[in-house]
Design a protein around this ligand. Sequence first.
Ligand code: SF4
Length: 80
Amino acid sequence: MRADGIFIAVEVSDSAADDSALAAKLAEVCPVDIFGVDAAGKLELHDKNIDECVLCRLCLDAAPEGAVTIIKRYDNDSQL
Ligand code: SF4
């Protein structure tokens, strides 16, 4: 799944998005509430918050390598 703001995009692999334990962890660590958990326990992305990303890397540290990608749209789509 992917959600795009104007400056930032957040991409999460399908397997990570389906992992309810990981979804809960991401929802807990992100300081600006970009991640949430839906009624089925799957990850959801809060579109309106995407551009609030402060590039803190907490989501990257909480997830397996490559599961979460933070894309800097303002910087030629370079990755955090
Ligand atoms: S880098 Fe920080 S602010 Fe941005 S999505 Fe990850 S946890 Fe949230």
